[in-house]
Design a protein around this ligand. Structure first.
Ligand code: P6P
Length: 330
């Protein structure tokens, strides 16, 4: 009697199927946000292919220009920006885009309902030394009428009004982690099939973390209060982990429990990280898992942005660790 060959574990739920199921749980969903999320997934798969072979494709090193922040662009920064811009343009669901790599708002499809703010590739100084890097994205519904000119008010919305947010981590495996406000799910890229598969359903961030992430090199620039918190972490025998790549550090602390801190410093009086397309997106993700995100004084998601590329200090991760830090620095 022939028996069914052992095909091993089922491949699991693909990102596309999960997005469709997520959409079906929204009675008035039109499929536009679903398409937008699929476009982000596609662009990250294409970029992943270039990142994993950057040393072979002459894509390492500096591009030879600076971004709006006056930072030297790496070649892959430029490639990532092109890949996401192209995917979001071709997908047709985005009315405008704010990118770390572009000074001004990029109008795409005035008839679309959604607006994206993103850092196409964060931590790119790590590319040449093979340390994980990431894409961070934030999605808003426009406030102005469909078909009209996209306005600054469409862009400068507080993080609490995001409809979705997420990141892609190009690490030992490539993962896409996102939320539409109904919890956080992680998808791992299966290179042999070229699909993202659900691997980390309903991620939760433990309230008591065991990791603290801060650049110890700034010890002399930290306030006394912040130094006291770092000493507290050491007294509690927390583990110090700092990759120099925001997505890597936040993702690890999300899964294992910990706090990431980028404070205001003399050379970055408003902090280094950007509110619109780094802090807001990660704050939505972390809060959805039970964690917290603050600028040191207020909830990140409550900050009303004034400029596209404005910076903010960031204290993000396990709720009790963030609370302890805020208590000690205020
Ligand atoms: P520093 C990368 O440039 C980045 O924006 C984040 O990914 C990272 O956490 C931080 O800056 C590292 O900055 O000043 O510690 O080198």
């Amino acid at each position: 009697m022939a028996t069914t060959p052992d095909l091993g574990k089922p491949v699991g739920v693909t990102l596309d199927r999960f997005i469709k199921r997520d959409q079906d749980s929204f009675p008035y969903a039109t499929g536009e946000l679903s398409q937008l999320l699929r476009d982000i997934g596609l662009a990250s798969k294409i970029l992943n292919r270039e990142i994993t072979r950057s040393g072979l494709l002459n894509l390492e090193g500096a591009f030879g220009a600076e971004n709006v922040q006056g930072e030297a662009q790496q070649k892959l920064d430029v490639v990532a920006n092109i890949r996401f811009k192209r995917a979001l343009t071709n997908g047709g669901q985005v009315c405008a885009l704010v990118s770390e790599e572009e000074p001004d708002l990029i109008t795409i499809n005035p008839d679309a309902n959604y607006l994206v703010a993103m850092d196409p590739l964060d931590g790119s100084s790590n590319i040449d030394v093979n340390v994980s890097i990431g894409t961070i994205f934030s999605i808003y519904r426009r406030k102005s009428k469909k078909g009209s000119q996209v306005t600054k008010e469409d862009v400068l919305q507080p993080g609490r009004d995001q409809v979705a947010a997420g990141y892609v981590l190009y690490g030992s495996s490539t993962m896409l982690v996102y939320t539409t406000g109904q919890g956080v799910n992680g998808f791992t890229h299966g290179p042999t099939i070229g699909e993202f598969f659900l691997s980390h359903p309903n991620i939760k961030c433990t309230p008591d973390g065991t990791i603290y992430s801060i650049n110890d090199g700034y010890w002399n620039e930290m306030t006394d209060e912040l130094r006291s918190f770092v000493e507290y972490c050491r007294s509690q025998k927390l583990t110090a982990r700092y990759a120099g790549s925001l997505v890597t550090d936040v993702h690890r602390n999300l899964l294992k429990g910990g706090i990431y801190i980028y404070p205001a410093l003399p050379k970055h009086p408003d902090g280094k990280l950007r509110l619109l397309y780094e802090a807001n997106a990660l704050a939505m993700i972390v809060e959805q898992t039970g964690g917290k995100a603050s600028d040191g004084k207020q909830r990140i998601l409550d900050i009303l942005p004034k400029e596209f590329h404005q910076r903010t200090p960031l204290f993000i991760g396990s709720a009790n660790l963030v609370d302890k830090c805020l208590e000690m620095i205020s």
